[in-house]
Design a protein around this ligand. Structure first.
Ligand code: WT7
Length: 653
């Protein structure tokens, strides 16, 4: 097992973490789940008869046009949930609520430049239907893939819901990804139509989405039409495939009969990084994903009708799918969408937003929390954050210090903090406190949700003793699980179900403490979590070696106070290339162009050679040590001789 990426110091500090915060009484009294007895009751019920348990949840959470008879058909590692059922996710997010919630805000939007929009449930339904009809007019049919490459504007939610309404499969690509990354994903998904915008606002500048689309278009083999929304900029001269969003929806009917799809009909494909160079198209299907998103949103965030809920994630990530769009709308609450950067135009943008909309639930990432913590307590303290009643964290391990700061300074000491562990592949939250029930410990995601079987095992499948690190598996299927890797069913089996046959391998290391609390320890594969963004080191390496001056590259993670993990690239250059600071810059920019700014290495180091084992494998553990500064290599300003180290270490690998 590779070493988990949590810094050693950090592991020491969480090992000795013994503060416990029981849920505030006032909070518990009104919560959906009020005590650990509630939790144990549900957990035992689920364990005793999983089919009855999940069947009941599915009937409670969704409207089914056709009921299901089979709750689960499990032929490891392939699951089908709520098999005969037919439903529609857009209907469940919108139509179902309209009799009561037509005039209630579904989305409160704030753009980075300060423009604001309220979209009620009624308006959202009409917009979704118009776009759904528009997509149909472009020839989009049930099962067709539709790409979405949009900024964080209400149209992103409209686009996703319009696809769901007509049974088209959406594949959202994060607006921060480059033209190259977009093109690879669209080709892999075989998308027919791409929904985009002329640009979006980020840090006071326009993200040139349409320009990226234009750059990728000649290589996007399957795209027939590009629908361009107006937002931030200049769409340029329309090309032959361009359709204006506004023109497309103009004159369309605001009603559209939902396509009642089978429960296992694909809902979306979302690309995520794995251990190899090529991102995986994680595929989720309609029934199981919807049930799981709906249930986990209500339980983990203890949703109430009058909550104003803000998840700061981008819809380009799974958090945006499940907890900006689908989970909140399925529950009929108001979801806040903010377009831009957290500190634009100043360091208190987040706190202003919370005060302005009287946000009651905030769900954000440890990286953001740590960045705010650095800016000092005075900034949030100047704002009225008293509307907050619950705080959530997601995406990477949260260190106890940041957890405490979040609780005390942002939550005023009165809000429970839920540290939620899950993945693109799991569809929804898997391990998390239930805020009215679970006593929390700073830095622990606590326990699996009822019905989820998370186990920490060694490579042989044996449970590891308490306190010891092991591999995190999910040993039973759950409705929100991915169904396959799009276009590569073997990779699904190999990546997730081959470490221990039939058991879902998460790629994470974890341990339990004496009280059975789960502590996540970071990835154990070649995936790194940089500022909450998941990247494959192999992806960054292949971007680097695509540069004409690079011979070989090895990319590793190094503990970083702010980002959690920073990227360090060790590079050998082609013969005759002179190493220079300018070349370093050029290579960093090259990676950003190939993948996106989130993949730009934090540090580049030129080496004479990369340390390899006798069989030719790069010694990544050694490089991680070097990157973390554990091993002095003398003057590392230009070229380091890692061969020497490799020779010294050879016996160890
Ligand atoms: C990886 C999944 C889940 C939505 C956002 C990320 C890490 C996620 C936590 C947490 C420790 C966490 C894991 C996981 N991770 N949440 N609360 N504590 N680690 O989704 O991009 O699929 O990344 O993020 O390493 O495997 P993702």
């Amino acid at each position: 097992m590779a070493e988990p990426q949590r810094p050693q110091q950090e592991i020491q500090s969480v090992l000795t973490e013994n503060r416990v915060f029981p849920p505030p009484e006032e909070f518990s009294r009104k919560a959906h789940l009020r005590s650990m007895e509630d939790y144990h009751r549900l957990r035992d019920e689920a364990a005793k008869d999983p089919q009855a348990y999940w069947g009941a949840r599915a009937r409670e959470e969704l409207y089914w046009k056709e009921p299901f008879q089979t709750v689960l058909d499990w032929k490891p590692p392939h699951a089908r949930w709520f098999v005969e059922g037919r439903t529609n996710l857009a209907y469940n997010c919108l139509d179902r609520h309209l009799p009561k919630l037509k005039d209630k805000p579904a989305i409160l939007f704030e753009g980075e430049p300060g423009d604001r929009r309220t979209v009620t449930y009624g308006e959202l339904a009409a917009q979704v239907n118009r776009l759904a009809n528009g997509l149909k007019s472009l020839g989009v049919k049930k099962g067709d893939r539709v790409g979405i490459y949009l900024p964080m504007v209400p149209e992103a939610a409209v686009a996703m819901l319009a696809c769901a309404r007509i049974g088209a499969v959406h594949s959202v690509v994060f607006g921060g990804f480059s033209a190259e990354a977009l093109q690879d994903r669209m080709n892999d998904a075989g998308a027919k139509v791409l929904l985009t915008a002329d640009g979006g606002w980020r840090k006071g500048a326009v993200v040139p989405l349409k320009k990226n689309v234009d750059a990728a278009l000649p290589n996007m083999r399957t795209i027939e039409k590009v629908v361009v929304a107006r937002r931030a900029g200049d769409a340029g001269t329309p090309g032959p495939k361009d359709v204006s969003w506004e023109e497309l929806v103009k004159g369309q009917s605001d009603t559209c009969e939902p396509e009642w799809v089978e429960s296992e009909h694909p809902l979306f494909i979302l690309y995520t990084s794995g251990s190899t160079g090529k991102p995986k198209g994680v595929m989720h299907t309609t029934g199981g994903y919807s049930v799981y998103a709906s249930l986990t949103t209500r339980w983990v965030f203890d949703l109430k009708e009058d909550d104003i809920y803000w998840c700061t994630a981008d819809v380009g990530w799974v958090t945006g799918h499940s907890y900006v769009v689908y989970g909140p709308l399925l529950n009929g609450v108001t979801s806040v969408i903010y377009e831009g950067a957290p500190t634009q135009p100043g360091p208190d943008r987040f706190w202003e937003i919370i005060t302005r909309y009287k946000i009651s639930i905030l769900y954000t990432a440890p990286t953001a929390i740590r960045a705010f913590m650095r800016l000092g307590d005075e900034i949030p303290r100047k704002h009225d954050l008293s509307s907050l009643r619950l705080l959530g964290s997601v995406g990477e391990p949260i260190n106890p210090e940041a957890w405490m700061w979040y609780r005390d300074v942002i939550g005023g000491g009165r809000c429970p903090v839920v540290d939620t562990w899950w993945q693109t592949e799991t569809g929804g939250i898997m391990i998390s406190p239930l805020p009215g029930a679970t006593p929390t410990k700073p830095g622990s995601a606590t326990f699996p949700l009822p019905g989820i079987h998370a186990e920490i095992l060694d490579r042989e499948g044996m449970p590891v003793p308490k306190g010891q690190g092991g591999l995190l598996f999910v040993t039973h299927p759950w409705p929100g699980m991915l169904r396959t890797v799009y276009g590569d069913p073997d990779r699904y089996v190999k990546t997730y179900f081959s470490e221990l046959p039939g058991k879902y391998f998460t790629g994470d290391g974890a341990r339990t403490d004496a009280d059975g609390y789960i502590w996540l320890m970071g990835r154990v594969d070649d995936v790194v979590n940089v500022a909450g963004h998941r990247l494959g080191t192999a992806e960054v390496e292949s971007a680097l070696v695509a540069h004409p001056r690079v011979a070989e590259a090895a990319v590793v993670g190094r503990p970083d106070d702010l980002k959690g993990t920073a990227l360090v690239a060790f590079i050998t250059l082609k013969k005759g290339t002179v190493p220079s600071p300018e070349l370093k810059k050029e290579l960093a920019t090259h990676v950003a162009k190939e993948i996106g700014a989130i993949a730009r290495p934090d540090e580049l180091r030129f080496a004479e050679a990369l340390p390899k084992t006798r069989s030719g494998k790069i010694m990544r553990r050694l490089l991680r040590d070097v990157a973390a500064g554990k091993q002095s290599t003398g003057d590392t300003s230009t070229l380091e001789d890692l061969n020497v180290l490799a020779t010294l270490r050879q016996d160890e690998e």
